[in-house]
Design a binder for this molecule. Structure first.
Ligand code: EPU
Length: 337
């Protein structure tokens, strides 16, 4: 465990916000978890820093999760169970699985952040969610002062949601995540997402391998989403709202082209990107901030943005969408303030 004093967090958040912290604690081993949280209680935990907006300055203390490592726990004819340190880079883990010909997470290629952040918001993309391949989550409970395992049903996974965002919020620390991955001979790739099948069809790939799916997802993401190393951002800023079907029918009268995905007989999901684009935000820039041209759901930092500028744009988008459609957009990004 290393402790550095008065550090800028700019390199530790993908928005590239220049917030500072009094103490930056670099946590590299599971054995130091208890000590780190005893010495620095109430710290903000940062993994990849890819889903946060650091709107408070300075932050008292930050624990930077760098607990890494992939271990095969068990193996049978059909697949393997692996444990991964919560600070391991998510995409590196995906590429490891792909290189071993293990299926289950290739649709989640190139998602920024760490493995431990995955279950918190049940990361998902191109028809797959982390919950689909999860065996259990190991969690250090601050109050009980011990590690416990949570099975998927105890994690209460929903769309970009879990028990770690609700009942267990600030109650502990995810230390390791266990996955069930399937060997390619027993595995069927998930091609349920239209954008992905369209992309593969265009390449004339009819029965893609795990590697081909991963490569396709990487290309699609690179074409739609900005690289935070070039243009600071935190991915989708808002969740896709679920709305009542009657409200959607009303919207359809004025906007027959409005896209939607069915949830149940009373509810549909409407893409936040479409709502934001229809309100005229696609590609806009106000000072240092804006909405990305290829995906307006992504708020970008054109350089030196202050958190307040991002929050002003967030509020402006929320107000316009509410006025025009009667829909409240809920941030997906965690705002630390
Ligand atoms: N759309 C527009 N205008 C645009 C872009 C999209 O109207 O400029 C509409 C279209 O109708 C399109 C629909 O939005 O069909 C969906 O767009 P896209 O496939 O890009 O996905 P998304 O719903 O905007 C979600 C996740 C992404 C994930 C993709 C792919 C959320 C909040 N976002 O975006 O996750 O990569 O699906 O599965 O659920 C993230 O969480 O940070 C993230 C990037």
């Amino acid at each position: 465990m290393q402790v550095n004093k008065n550090v800028s967090l700019q390199a530790y958040n993908t928005f590239g916000i220049k917030t500072a912290c009094g103490e930056l604690v670099i946590l590299e081993s599971k054995a130091d978890i208890e000590k780190a949280f005893d010495l620095f209680p109430q710290s903000i935990i940062i993994g990849g820093g890819s889903n946060i907006l650091l709107a408070k300055n300075p932050i008292h203390s930050v624990i930077l999760n760098r607990i890494t490592g992939i271990k095969i726990i068990s193996e049978n004819d059909k697949g393997v169970q692996v444990s991964v340190g919560s600070g391991h880079n998510w995409h590196e883990f995906v590429r490891w699985a792909v290189s071993q010909n293990l299926g289950g997470i290739e649709n989640l290629s190139l998602i920024p952040g760490t493995v431990g952040a995955g279950p918190i918001q049940n990361i998902g993309a191109y028809g797959t969610e982390i919950k689909d391949v999860l065996e259990k989550v190991e969690f250090y409970d601050f109050e009980k002062r011990k590690f416990r395992s949570l099975l998927p049903e105890q994690c209460h996974f929903g769309y970009r949601d879990s028990v770690f965002k609700n009942h267990l919020k600030n109650k502990g620390f995810i230390s390791q995540v266990f996955f069930n991955l399937t060997k390619s001979s027993y595995y069927e790739v998930n091609l349920s997402y239209k954008g992905l099948t369209d992309y593969l069809n265009n390449l004339n790939i009819k029965s893609p391998t795990i590697t081909e799916v991963s490569n396709a997802v990487i290309s699609i993401r690179q074409s739609k989403l900005p690289d935070w190393k070039e243009l600071g951002n935190a991915g989708s800023f808002f969740k896709n709202p679920e709305i009542n079907i009657d409200l959607f029918k009303k919207i359809k009268q004025s906007y027959p082209e409005a896209p939607s995905y069915p949830i149940d007989s009373k509810t549909i999901k409407i893409p936040a990107a479409w709502l934001i684009e229809t309100c005229g935000f696609k590609g806009v820039q106000y000072g240092n901030v804006g909405c990305y041209l290829n995906q307006p759901l992504v708020i970008v930092n054109y350089g030196n943005a202050l958190p307040a500028e991002i929050i002003d744009l967030k509020n402006h988008i929320q107000n316009q969408v509410l006025d025009k459609f009667g829909i409240e957009l809920v941030p997906e990004v965690t705002i630390v303030q």
